[in-house]
Design a binder for this molecule. Structure first.
Ligand code: SAH
Length: 347
């Protein structure tokens, strides 16, 4: 895949001068052109060579596209080896156009509320496959519009595929790539301390300080271990310590995601405990009412319970955002489209 190569990689593999590579990149990133034949400032022979070497800019195949009433668009993409992932374009009334992307096929974390890991982990995505999702979603927008945000909140655990992810994000945020602001890119993680430290180290060496969101989902290790198996390996304290280190490195606050699940983590006592855990951490809590997954027997708390939980956090001095649910109609929760597709194929 051509997207697997960064600029210097392309110069090497095509044995071409930088200006030629820049021409190709301009077509792909600025003009949304993914067919080599349409890159008319390149000679016919050179275009033929690109087609022969790479086929097309996009290596995957769009298997399904679903659009919901709130104009959320979800794509299911099949890669050359037949594996599939999904990615989502979310729009809101503030003009944000956000790409939500996957980093792995399947997921090894097996969080009990998430559809992504139901069939286990298959493989990491390549840099090109991650970048392709971003480009495809950008191409869903009208010609004069571009993505404004990226959230790495699709299938997979991003910190377990960090090199490919950072390489793809680098392109999305480089001036001659998609030129997105670094501050508008968020990586969400289950909380792998070694990965967070590695991210911090990369920033220290001049790398880009993307925003970090930690999937906390519980105020104590007992509850967290019961819904996130990974917590038995790295507990809340270790994760918060690593997150603190990263926060100091980028000088921006960390988001803690908290998926509210009925009768598991939704009591006001849990809100108190969570507030205690985060006091003094300049954090923001992103409360996400559970998006129910058909096969998993978990429920979303009532509106009243959600409101009480949020109010209690706020009265404890914690800043809270509620993540509005989007694209419910189209199975836009993590891994749901891929899961449903596989299910239909079996039926
Ligand atoms: N592996 C990364 C990215 C996962 S998806 C991580 O763990 O953060 C992004 C967020 O959606 C995570 O906070 C995840 O825990 C949450 N999530 C997954 N399934 C969900 C569901 N059914 N309802 C609500 N949130 C969910």
């Amino acid at each position: 895949m051509i997207l697997d190569y960064d600029k210097s990689g392309l110069v090497a593999v095509l044995e071409s001068p930088v200006f030629r590579v820049n021409q190709i990149r301009r077509w792909i990133f600025c003009r949304k052109v993914c067919d080599f034949n349409l890159m008319t400032d390149l000679s016919r022979g050179f275009r033929d060579g690109l087609v022969e070497k790479f086929g097309a800019v996009l290596g995957g195949k769009e298997l399904m596209r679903e659009v919901s009433d709130d104009s959320t668009e979800k794509l299911l993409i099949e890669w050359l080896d037949g594996e599939k992932v999904e990615c989502v374009l979310l729009r809101d009334d503030r003009g944000h156009r956000t790409a939500c992307i996957s980093t792995q096929v399947g997921c090894a974390m097996r969080c009990v509320f998430c559809a992504s890991g139901m069939n286990g982990f298959v493989r990491n995505l390549t840099r090109g496959e991650i970048l392709e999702q971003i480009l495809r979603l950008n191409n869903c927008l009208p010609a004069n519009e571009r993505l404004t945000h990226i959230v790495v909140m699709g299938i997979g655990e991003p910190l377990l595929n960090l090199n490919a992810l950072l390489s793809a994000l680098d392109e999305a945020t480089s001036e001659d790539g998609l030129n997105l602001s670094i501050r508008r890119v968020t990586i969400s993680t289950v909380g792998i301390p070694a990965g967070i430290i590695k991210l911090a180290e990369s920033v220290k060496k001049g790398g880009k300080g993307y925003k970090l969101a930690i999937s906390l989902h519980a105020p104590n290790d007992k509850i967290r271990s019961s819904i996130i198996p990974q917590n038995k390996i790295h507990n809340i304290n270790e994760i918060i310590k690593a997150a603190d280190h990263y926060r100091q490195q980028i000088g921006r606050r960390i988001t803690f995601e908290y998926t509210l699940i009925a009768d598991i983590n939704d009591r006001v006592e849990h809100a108190d405990e969570l507030a205690k855990l985060l006091t003094g951490k300049t954090a923001i809590v992103n409360v996400i009412p559970l998006n129910p997954v058909k096969e998993l027997n978990l429920k979303t708390p009532s509106k009243q319970t959600i409101e009480q939980f949020v109010k209690r956090l706020q009265s404890n001095g914690i800043q809270v955002k509620i993540r509005m649910r989007k694209g419910n109609q189209i199975n836009a929760a993590c891994g749901q489209l891929r899961q449903n597709f596989e299910q239909h194929q079996k039926e």
